[in-house]
Design a protein around this ligand. Structure first.
Ligand SMILES: Nc1nc2c(ncn2[C@@H]2O[C@H](COP(=O)(O)OP(=O)(O)O)[C@@H](O)[C@H]2O)c(=O)[nH]1
Ligand SMILES: Nc1ncnc2c1ncn2[C@@H]1O[C@H](COP(=O)(O)OP(=O)(O)O)[C@@H](O)[C@H]1O
Length: 190
């Protein structure tokens, strides 16, 4: 089996993590989550090695120097996120496909790198207002962080057309069902 990549990208708050978790729960034997390395602090309930590999900035920079990342980015000022080559290869070696929850630049980077082996899906919120509501409702960010995410989201929404597919996330149940169909069709195509 040739391992594939299923990429979900979106502005923060659009719902990609929720959709990815739904797919993982339904298809644990076919797909695994690419656990990224990050220098941000864990949120309550997050577990190192499950949600992220939480590492120091010093270690992150060291791993960049050793060329351990397929892609990496300073997603928010001072905070790095990256996909480790070893992580993706570990999942393929298990005979599974890799699913990504990654920011817009990172998603486009992977698509450029892997071409037809990757399906790049842009999760689109119904509106900027609703995106802000969801971010506020999640309650994970300070006002300053919220403002940075909103500013970044405005720019990212203009990149939607570069993806293979735009998936609107209005009704969550519908969006999950559509995401599942897109993924299964892609995985069954040769
Ligand atoms: N480029 C890149 N972005 C990532 C990676 N892992 C996570 N991200 C993105 O970094 C952003 C910040 O992540 P986080 O604060 O955990 O989540 P969010 O608040 O749910 O968006 C999100 O848009 C993630 O999709 C990665 O390995 N590479
Ligand atoms: N279709 C939807 N309708 C209402 N709330 C949603 C919907 N999709 C996601 N949410 C909520 O919006 C917030 C942001 O979703 P999340 O999956 O964390 O986004 P992202 O990973 O893109 O930053 C969460 O609190 C989530 O429960």
């Amino acid at each position: 089996m040739e391992g594939k990549l299923i990429i979900f990208s979106a502005p923060s708050g659009a719902g990609k993590t929720t959709i990815v978790k739904h797919l993982l729960a339904k298809h644990p034997d076919r797909i695994s989550f690419s656990i990224s390395a990050s220098t941000r602090a864990p949120r309550e309930g997050e577990v190192d090695g499950r949600d992220y590999y939480f590492i120091s900035k010093e270690e992150f920079l060291h791993r960049i120097a050793k060329k351990e990342f397929i892609e990496f980015e300073e997603v928010y000022t001072g905070t790095f996120y990256g996909t480790l080559r070893a992580e993706v290869e570990r999942i393929w070696a298990l005979g599974r496909h890799v699913i990504f929850d990654i920011d817009v630049e990172g998603g486009l980077h992977l698509k450029r790198k892997f071409g037809d082996r990757a399906l790049a899906i842009f999760v689109q919120p119904p509106s900027m207002e609703i995106l802000i509501q969801r971010l506020r409702g999640r309650g994970t960010d300070s006002d300053e962080k919220l403002a940075e995410r909103i500013a970044k989201a405005e720019k990212e929404l203009t990149y939607a057309h570069r993806f293979d597919i735009i998936l609107r996330n209005d009704d969550l149940e519908k969006a999950c069902a559509e995401a599942e169909k897109l993924m299964l069709d892609f995985l069954s195509a040769t």
